[in-house]
Ligand binder design. Sequence first.
Ligand code: GAP
Length: 405
Amino acid sequence: MAKIDDKVNKEVEKAAKRFGDKFDEEMYRQTNPRVLEYLTQRNEVHERFSNALNNNDLGELRQIIVDAEIACPVSGTRDWTDVRQFNLMFSTEMGATSDGALKVYLRPETAQGIFVNYLNVQKTGRMRIPFGIAQIGKAFRNEIVARQFIFRMREFEQMELQFFVRPGEELEWFEEWKKIRMKWHQTLGFGAENYRFHDHEKLAHYANAATDIEYKMPFGFKEVEGIHSRTDFDLAQHEKFSGKKLQYFDPELNKSYIPYVVETSIGVDRMILSIMAASYCEEDLDNGESRVVMKFPPALAPVKAAILPLIRKGGLPEKAREIMNQLKFNFSCQYDEKDSIGKRYRRQDAIGTPYCITIDHQTLEDNTVTIRERDTMEQKRVSLNSVEQEISEKTKMEYLLKQLI
Ligand code: GAP
């Protein structure tokens, strides 16, 4: 399907060059006979593929691979085995002795802990629907191919939100959460064009709508977050197998029901990878040198400020330590007095520190320092009293969060 998409895009590109300013892309896509033929082919494959997935028809999946003449990208052969279902979870044993041990599974998502606790949270927190419970924690999957650095791992960290809503309102909330979450990603400032939704063709057995937010990694558009409308499937299953009622009493409707759930789920590691990939820059400077700089959004930078005495004598290190001691309670800071100031700036650029504070002889005279901003490399002289305010605005999480309102 991707190959056919590429062919369509190439046709469109060629036509755009041919027609110049007059080119109407949408019209071209809807009317050009060759493009239409490609789209028909694509739709046929797509329909066959989703039917096979939805019906769990592994034989048909193999046939699609054969019919589409898909070759192994490494060896080039088309000598495929049957399509098989892999183990998705890790199992282990719980119990004092091996003969009485119970087979248990490491969780593949953090969500289920939230489901079994949701009534406790609702009652003790006196929550009314709609409300959400968010959690961060480890998840484990028996990934067949764990690779691409921290993109796909067998042990990873998930952040999940389960949002409980009235039955029938879930698809509206699903759309709402799509907007909220996309806004969060775009607020990071890496360019709206680098994110897109990918709606699922095959819905998991528990979902009635699902989409991924994809980021353009150096190795292509890849999922960083999943948003799913999980219906009442999970709570109903827990109720069925535990024998414990998981109904919520809705005082406005004066009735009890199992809430529907909209989930957003993001891998910490995968988000960090997208941020590292987006932030990494190599820049040529005016003086002929070059620098590597991590342009992290300041609120996400691991070190917010570096405290740098210009030289290692004349009372400058002592003054710098004093400033470090003031700032360290509110900001993660690094003190560095080794090497030339230029080298120290480069070191901080490479780890993405948004601000470098330099202490020089003038500091001892008039209590001012220079603050250098990472991306512009501009420096300004400010009074020591205003340093905290200068660096706090953009490095506080509040700066990002307020843009979401
Ligand atoms: N509770 C729903 C759920 O787990 P998912 O789409 O399978 O949905 C959510 O996973 C997110 O977890 C993904 O978008 C991704 O960021 C992260 N994730 C999933 N598998 C991963 C893996 N093997 N390594 C790293 N992150 C992973």
